[in-house]
Design a protein around this ligand. Structure first.
Ligand SMILES: *Cc1c(COP(=O)(O)O)cnc(C)c1O
Ligand code: SF4
Length: 336
């Protein structure tokens, strides 16, 4: 075996797939057989927040459709340069709340830990799009501080790994992190907030799941899926592996204009998620981050959409409509 070959063996397939992700609009549009001329592409928007789209996600888009709901979530466009009243850089006050090694402690009994600034996909509507990402990276000092914080706050029973996307960490780093958190008696659950099972399902490997589930605590994953077209066979398979490892699966969706602001689509999404053993959890109103105003669905429309969903689905398939308001003791329920 030569050195080159043995090196290649150590690069997991998901990392190769991620390395090959689309990072410019032209390549993606060519892949989708779409002419670039008639689209409101923006180089400035792409500079503000670079494009990143794994190939598997692009394969879920409809070829030749400029209004594809998945394409709309990832394509840098002119609308992002418009400013809208009330849209700011840190709408949920997370930068203020970040202390103690990347811990955000806003709510009783649970803390959120920023593990990395990176994501497998860049969602144009993201409230973290304006954050200084490199500043959020986990390192030894941070980890030490975060663990100290968890140790010293015995009323905390759940640690939420977030980011960015925590599943971008290597199997070893993630395994070690989970192991260290699990040593505290007062921690009953570890939760992972991730979009990766949806946008890069090849990341869900047996090795990863064995590393994650070696602990006595229950593990919860809150996925982030916005449209039923995102649920490919590969995603279904990934969810099935997660379920086999006794990970509890929930989903949060962001309500987005031109993507999923229709009753029939959200009904279909809930049905398809449940068929993959995932329960709908939250339907979020958009966080008002600079550059995302064109995705906003008004509260009135959202409430009327919720009414439509409730009329069609059993209660356990109806997500809770919420918004995040800085300073409140939980996500704020909206409506009915
Ligand atoms: C959303 C969020 C949570 C989790 O809230 P749940 O209602 O338990 O899902 C925890 N901490 C922070 C900082 C959050 O933003
Ligand atoms: S995966 Fe989540 S954190 Fe990352 S860009 Fe998308 S919405 Fe934002």
């Amino acid at each position: 075996m030569n050195a080159h070959f043995s090196f290649q063996q150590h690069v997991p397939a998901w990392q190769t797939e991620l390395g090959n992700a689309f990072t410019n609009s032209r390549d993606l549009l060519e892949f989708l057989n779409l002419p670039t001329e008639n689209l409101p592409l923006s180089k400035q928007a792409a500079r503000n927040f670079v494009m990143r789209v794994p190939i598997g996600y692009a394969e879920c888009m409809e070829k030749g459709n400029p209004d594809d709901p998945l394409l709309r979530q990832v394509l840098p466009v002119n609308d992002e340069l418009n400013s809208y009243p009330g849209f700011i850089n840190d709408p949920v006050g997370d930068l203020d709340a970040t202390k103690h090694g990347g811990i955000i402690h806003k709510y009783h009994g649970r803390v959120l830990l920023i593990t990395t600034g990176g994501c497998a996909i860049h969602c144009r509507y993201c409230f973290r799009r304006n954050f200084p990402y490199p500043d959020l990276q986990m390192n030894k000092t941070r980890l030490f501080q975060a663990l100290q914080y968890i140790r010293d706050n015995s009323e905390v029973s759940e640690v939420i790994l977030s980011g960015g996307d925590p599943l971008l960490l290597s199997d070893n780093r993630l395994g070690l992190l989970v192991q260290k958190i699990s040593q505290f008696q007062h921690i009953k659950r570890i939760r992972i907030h991730t979009r990766i099972p949806i946008v890069l399902p090849s990341r869900i490997t047996t090795q990863l799941l064995e590393n994650l589930t070696r602990i006595p605590q229950q593990i919860i994953m809150v996925l982030h899926c916005n449209h039923s077209n995102e649920i490919s066979q590969a995603v279904v398979n990934a969810c099935s592996m997660l379920k086999q490892h006794r990970i509890h699966l929930f989903n949060q969706t962001v309500l987005l204009k031109g993507v999923n602001d229709r009753i029939d689509q959200l009904v279909q999404l809930s049905e398809k998620l449940f068929a993959s053993n995932v329960l709908p959890y939250y339907l979020h109103l958009l966080d008002k981050a600079n550059g995302t105003g064109h995705f906003e669905v008004s509260e009135t429309t959202a409430i009327s959409i919720m009414g439509g969903i409730k009329a069609k689905l059993p209660g356990y398939l109806v997500p809770k409509l919420v918004r995040e308001t800085p300073g409140e003791a939980s996500k704020t329920g909206v409506c009915c």
